[in-house]
Design a protein around this ligand. Structure first.
Ligand code: FES
Length: 246
């Protein structure tokens, strides 16, 4: 396959970025999108051109670091997958592909396609944990009765990998889907009830301090989330937040 790539290049956060055009061939449909970028980078290195910086780690859809905006969509044209799981068979010979970083004020660009998503870590640090007294007679977690529906909902919320597709897709750059998944994964379970109030208040406060936008219920986040996190979590978080405030 021959492809026309238009890729965002930006030296650092202070510099002004721009799109650069690259023509690449010898790409096969079985290659992953990141392998295609690897091949382009090898070519650039051989030509003494600075390779394109992009994030990746597991390349298995687990870590959430491979966050690219491809032809106007977070993680590209396929549904329910991350960029590393996208394959070139989704494109046709001669296609033009526009590749950009996830864009949001709270995700400043570090270089080219790499953005700083540590805002998510700071939100997580304010409440994404449970405290358990492990001295003495701690009850075995497996002996705590939990309704099947609650266990399933908690597990579904916990599948959020924090990639930031929700923020990049939302016209308000809202992080409500991410934060609500992190709040819900604990609040469905008895272990998470102890700190439930402080958790939701602290995480929402940190989310606002990080500069993420408000949710206006467009639902775009749910559509583009590679893990299918439901916006029902947002309604649930709002209810918890107001209860905790009162
Ligand atoms: S590299 Fe880990 S999810 Fe893509």
């Amino acid at each position: 396959m021959k492809l026309n790539l238009k890729i965002w290049r930006q030296k650092d956060n202070e510099s002004k970025g721009n799109f650069e055009k690259y023509l690449i061939d010898d790409i096969t449909p079985e290659m992953s999108f990141l392998e295609m970028l690897d091949i382009l980078n090898e070519k650039l290195i051989n030509e003494n051109i600075d390779p394109i910086s992009f994030d990746h780690d597991c390349r298995e859809g687990i870590c959430g670091s491979c966050s690219l905006f491809i032809n106007g969509r977070a993680h590209g044209p396929d549904k329910g997958i991350t960029t590393c799981q996208l394959h070139m068979r989704k494109f046709k010979d001669g296609d033009s592909i526009i590749i950009e970083p996830f864009r949001a004020k709270s995700f400043p660009i570090i270089k080219d396609l790499v953005v700083d998503r540590s805002a998510f870590d700071r939100i997580q640090h304010t409440g994404g944990y449970i405290s358990i007294n492990t001295s003495g007679n701690t009850q075995d977690a497996n002996t705590i009765p939990i309704r099947k529906e609650d266990a399933d909902n908690a597990f579904d919320a916990a599948t959020c990998i924090g990639c930031g597709a929700c923020v990049a897709t939302c016209k308000n750059a809202s992080a409500m889907l991410y934060v609500s998944a992190k709040v819900s994964q604990f609040s469905y379970l008895p272990q998470g009830k102890v700190e439930a109030k402080e958790r939701v208040l602290n995480m929402v406060k940190q989310m606002d301090e990080e500069g993420f936008g408000n949710c206006t219920n467009t639902g775009a986040c749910e559509v583009e989330c590679p893990k299918g996190i439901s916006i029902k979590n947002i309604a649930r978080m709002n209810r918890e937040f107001y209860k905790a405030k009162i």
